[in-house]
Design a protein around this ligand. Structure first.
Ligand code: NAX
Length: 331
């Protein structure tokens, strides 16, 4: 039998946490043969709710779940973890300045970076979900210098999956037959959902999405804005932000990272830019990646047209501004 893996979920008493921890305990994230020990962190005002989640995990009697740590102590939460999913953060409240929200999250990610660096298992893989996800991940990287930068990522897989979902609805095909959409850039409304390389499996082989949709106008306008604005549409409908889809996509992100992507398939991950595709190095930017042996690699050599270039640059620009804002909060 495999040794259990320790998985940290911060903000575990929140909405996404409530959807995510049962998926992890069911093997959705790391595989149906991989035992897990869950480490759940939240803050003192949420401690009762956190303990309630722990009670439910016990009550669910998950065969793969070998232990649960529920705590408000970051050091205890981070100790020995192999995977860290950072969902906890300070939400933007009405009337708050961007800078004030950034400043709260910078201080959270600075201190949790130190706890992870000092106490996580070697080679711990980190996924930041909490917004501003790319910039929180960048702060975490900055303040955990001994964690390799390739181990620090942020979630744009939800946006990627939303793009696949929109194509599947439009063409009335199974979502599992659609692949290789790309989310470039920031997990914000400046992201660029790109279907220029996406394909659909048909009885006559793989066909480009552009050929099957045969409506460039829709692909270049409504498709893009629907994916960019989907988070807001969910809030409007549900009165709460996306939770089950965020949790499921976080599982997809880690599962592909640890266990690999299928041959010929790429997925979107927010990763540390090395300057690929002319994206400034030193940003956490969403790229198309393949994963193998526990490492991601940016897909190289995709042709980029002028329309795409402009949108990729605009979202990079927004990330550079967020980075500057975050650094201004450090002083
Ligand atoms: P909730 O407000 O329901 O939960 C957040 C939890 O984090 C709360 O229980 C809170 O007590 C806890 N928390 C706050 N500060 C903490 C700290 N310093 N350490 C540990 N825990 C802390 O929010 P939820 O709907 O679960 O969303 C969580 C985060 O995900 C938000 O930042 C949200 O914006 C972000 N999202 C990111 C997505 C992505 O694709 N990257 C999509 C979904 C979601 O909007």
């Amino acid at each position: 039998a495999k040794e259990p893996m320790r998985v940290l979920v911060t903000g575990a008493a929140g909405q996404i946490g409530y959807a995510l921890v049962p998926m992890i305990a069911r093997g959705v994230m790391l595989g149906a043969d991989q035992p897990v020990i869950l480490h759940m962190l939240d803050i003192p005002p949420a401690v009762e709710a956190l303990n309630g989640v722990k009670m439910e995990l016990v009550d669910a009697a998950f065969p793969l779940l070998k232990g649960v740590v529920a705590t408000t102590d970051a050091v205890e939460a981070c100790t020995g973890v192999n995977v860290a999913v950072m969902v906890g953060g300070f939400p933007r409240k009405e009337g708050m300045e961007r800078k004030d929200v950034m400043s709260k999250n910078v201080s959270i990610y600075k201190s949790q970076a130190s706890a992870l660096e000092a106490h996580a298992a070697p080679n711990c893989k980190v996924l930041v979900v909490a917004n501003p996800a790319n910039t929180n991940a960048l702060i975490l990287k900055e303040f955990a210098p001994s964690i390799p930068e390739k181990n620090i990522t942020c979630l744009t897989r939800l946006d990627h999956n939303r793009a696949l979902g929109q194509i599947s609805e439009r063409l009335n095909v199974q979502v599992s037959d659609v692949k290789n959409a790309i989310i470039w850039g920031n997990h914000s409304s400046s992201q660029y959902p790109d279907v220029n390389h996406a394909t659909v499996k048909t009885p006559n082989g793989e066909k480009p999405v552009r050929e099957l949709v045969a409506n460039d106008e829709w692909l270049n306008t409504e498709f893009i804005s629907t994916v960019q604005q989907r988070g807001a549409a969910i809030i409007k409908a549900r009165k709460f932000s996306s939770a089950l889809s965020a949790a499921s996509s976080a599982c997809d992100h880690i599962r592909n990272w640890v266990l690999g992507t299928p041959e010929g398939t790429f997925v979107s991950m927010g990763v540390y830019s090395d300057g690929s595709y002319g994206v400034p190095a030193g940003l956490i930017y969403s790229f198309p990646v393949t994963c193998s042996g526990g490492d991601w690699t940016i897909v190289q050599g995709l042709p980029i047209d002028k329309f795409s270039r402009e949108k990729m640059d605009a979202t990079a620009q927004e990330l550079s501004e967020e980075k500057a804002l975050a650094y201004s909060c450090l002083n």
